[in-house]
Design a protein around this ligand. Structure first.
Ligand SMILES: Cc1ncc(COP(=O)(O)O)c(C=O)c1O
Length: 275
C-alpha cells in the first residue's frame, strides 16, 4: 500500500475533512532516495512554521518519521507527499475544539522529467493568472493551490516546461511549481516572498549554498523587464533540483556558469538525486 492515513493503510478520508472543505492545511512534497528523504529536516521545519502560522498542532516528529519510513524504506527513488489538514469538525470556518489533524502520507513514483531539462535547460512562458498578495499565507505550502491550477492550464504545449507567475504589482514571484532565480553581473537574485509565493526547500538550500560560496545574493522584487535582462535564469524545486531556462517567451538565454556551479554544489551535497 502506498498511502497511510493517521498511520493506517487506507485510501479514503471523510468528506467532512477541512482539507477538502476549506483547503485548511499544509503539504510537503519530498524527494526519496535510497530509502530516505535527504531534505527531511528542512521539510519538517517548514511544516512546523506552517503549523505555527495556521495554529495547527504539530504532530510528533517521531511519529511522522516512523510513518514516512514505513512507506519509503525500501524505495530506491520515489516521491513522498505529506498532507496535514485540520481534520474534521468546527462550526463553519471556526476551528474545531479540540483540533485533531489528519496526517496523510502518499508515496508516488519518481517523475520522469527529461534529463536534458537539467543539462540543456527548458522553455518557459509568462502566465496571465496572478498571485494574490496575502502576507498571512506567504511562504507557506498550504493546500489552496487554485492560482497554480489556473496558471498551469493556460498552456498545453509540451515543449513549455513551466509558467512564471507575477503578483498584481508586476513583480515576478515564481513558477507554477518552482521558485525562480536570475543572475546578472555575477549577482544571484531571487524574488522576495513576503507577500506571496512558496518558500521552497530547494530555494533555501541554494541561498545557503550560494552564501557559503561567497556569491553575492539579493532577495528582492524582480520585474519582468529586470528578468529579461538576466545573464542566466533558473528554476528550482525539491524534485527537479535546478532547471536552467534557455528560452523565455521569444528570448533565449545561455545556461551560465553560476547555474552550473550551483548544480554541482547540490550534487556534491545531495548525491544521486538530480542525475
Ligand atoms: C508554487 C510552488 N512554488 C515553489 C515550489 C518549490 O518548493 P520546494 O523547493 O519545497 O519543492 C513548489 C513546489 O512544488 C511550488 O508548488
Amino acid at each position: 500500500m502506498n498511502i497511510l492515513i493517521n498511520g493506517q493503510s487506507a485510501d479514503s478520508i471523510s468528506v467532512l475533512d477541512r482539507g477538502l472543505q476549506y483547503g485548511d492545511g499544509l503539504f510537503e512534497t519530498m524527494a526519496v532516495i535510497d530509502g530516505a528523504c535527504p531534505f527531511w529536516n528542512a521539510h519538517m521545519q517548514r511544516l512546523q512554521q506552517g503549523c505555527e502560522r495556521l495554529q495547527l498542532p504539530v504532530p510528533e516528529s517521531s511519529l511522522l518519521q516512523a510513518e514516512a519510513d514505513a512507506l519509503v524504506r525500501h524505495e530506491k527513488r520515489a516521491v513522498l507527499k505529506l498532507i496535514l489538514s485540520r481534520g474534521e469538525g468546527g462550526r463553519g470556518y471556526r476551528y474545531p475544539d479540540p483540533i485533531q489533524p489528519s496526517r496523510i502520507f502518499i508515496r508516488h513514483p519518481w517523475p520522469d522529467y527529461p534529463q536534458q531539462n537539467r543539462r540543456e535547460g527548458v522553455h518557459v512562458r509568462f502566465c496571465s493568472t496572478t498571485l494574490a498578495r496575502q502576507p498571512a499565507l506567504a511562504g507557506l505550502k498550504h493546500l489552496n493551490r487554485l492560482e497554480q491550477v489556473l496558471a498551469r492550464n493556460e498552456w498545453q504545449e509540451a515543449q513549455i516546461a513551466e509558467g512564471l507567475m507575477l503578483d498584481e504589482n508586476g513583480n515576478v514571484i515564481e513558477g507554477t511549481m518552482s521558485n525562480l532565480f536570475m543572475v546578472q553581473n555575477d549577482i544571484l537574485y531571487t524574488p522576495d516572498l513576503s507577500a506571496c509565493g512558496v518558500a521552497g526547500i530547494m530555494r533555501e538550500t541554494i541561498l545557503e549554498l550560494a552564501r557559503n560560496a561567497d556569491m553575492a545574493v539579493r532577495v528582492t522584487n524582480i520585474t519582468k523587464d529586470h528578468l529579461c535582462e538576466a545573464d542566466e535564469i533558473f528554476l528550482t524545486n525539491s524534485l527537479i533540483g535546478i532547471w536552467p531556462v534557455n528560452r523565455l517567451e521569444g528570448q533565449t538565454f545561455a545556461v551560465g556558469e553560476i547555474s552550473r556551479r550551483l548544480q554541482m554544489l547540490i550534487n556534491r551535497d545531495y548525491p544521486r538525486i538530480y542525475v
